[in-house]
Design a protein around this ligand. Structure first.
Ligand code: PAF
Length: 296
């Protein structure tokens, strides 16, 4: 029998913060038994307007309790990456969640999440070694492993992710389908600054000059999409020329792929993806493009 929920478990009047995975599982189970849908928004904290949009999307579903997880997952950071300098401020993140009418914040420690280490993991397959995976070996194993754990702990009806991390979203869709997670993965379009820069927790590491330079990523995507009727070569050439015209962009990749990140078609729907370093900060962005006249 499900134990009744106390006010410390869940309060419809405000946000409840939990750290213990077993307790969250018990609370969401009771909420589901009471007929509520659970929408999960997995994050690493440092919440910004992009996360607010994910939370608002989660609220669109009827009769839903929104659960935001906040966990800087060590498994998805390489040895030379920014795990230590990744911004952490639980108090201000919880304030944002309160403003956005989140029901539960799940903020476990690494010890809570990996009490006996992390020997078992989810493998992303070949796609996990391409694009982001080529410069960040093991990154997507870490992402999929923690997301699978969050799915099992929270048992959501919906899980909401941003399209800004398009490869991540694609791999999570695939994992949910192939491993039969009984939930819907929902992708939400990227939120941008007034000049097109995609919102990211990493933007705070850019100084004023780098911030100006970083706009070149979204500008290149727009320029490429603008000539998409002329086909894949024109898209790539135009986007590459736009990036090359801006000093301070250290391009990692610029690729055109199918929407599922397989090889790009000559005509029809495709995805243009870019990654570059601006100073020491690595930024990514992507956009949908319609190649050729798109009418086949
Ligand atoms: O996109 C992120 O913030 C992270 O990769 C995620 C999905 C929360 C997993 O740690």
């Amino acid at each position: 029998m499900t134990k009744p929920l106390s006010k410390a478990d869940y309060s419809p009047a405000g946000v409840t913060v939990h750290h213990d995975p077993a307790r969250v599982t018990r609370v969401v189970r009771a909420l589901r038994a009471a007929g509520r849908n659970i929408a999960l928004v997995p994050t690493m904290g440092a919440l910004h307007a992009g996360h607010r949009k994910l939370i608002r999307e989660a609220h669109v579903m009827q009769n839903t309790v929104v659960v935001v997880s906040i966990f800087v997952n060590p498994l998805q950071f390489g040895p030379n990456e920014d795990l230590d300098r990744y911004p952490r401020n639980l108090e201000s993140d919880v304030d944002i969640c309160r403003e956005e009418r989140v029901g539960i914040v799940f903020a476990p420690s690494a010890e809570d999440m990996y009490p006996s280490g992390a020997t078992a993991s989810v493998s992303p397959g070949v796609l996990g070694t391409e694009l982001e995976g080529a410069t960040r070996p093991g990154h997507f194993d870490g992402v999929l492993t923690v997301v699978a754990k969050l799915f099992n702990i929270v048992g959501p009806t919906y899980a909401v992710f941003g399209e800004k991390d398009y490869q991540q979203l694609t791999l999570i869709h695939r994992m949910a389908r192939e491993l039969n997670f009984p939930l819907d993965v929902v992708g939400v379009p990227t939120v941008r600054e007034y000049d097109g820069l995609a919102l990211s927790s990493r933007n705070r590491f850019l100084d004023a000059e780098q911030r100006q330079t970083a706009v070149a990523l979204s500008a290149a995507l727009v320029a490429g999409a603008h000539v998409s009727a002329q086909g894949p070569e024109a898209v790539l050439r135009t986007a590459r020329d736009t990036l090359a015209a801006v000093p301070g962009i250290d391009l990692d990749y610029l690729e055109l792929r199918a929407p599922d990140l397989g090889p790009a078609p000559e005509k029809g729907d495709a995805r243009l993806l870019v990654a570059a370093r601006v100073g020491t900060t690595r930024l990514i962005d992507n956009a949908a493009v319609l190649l050729g006249d798109g009418d086949d």
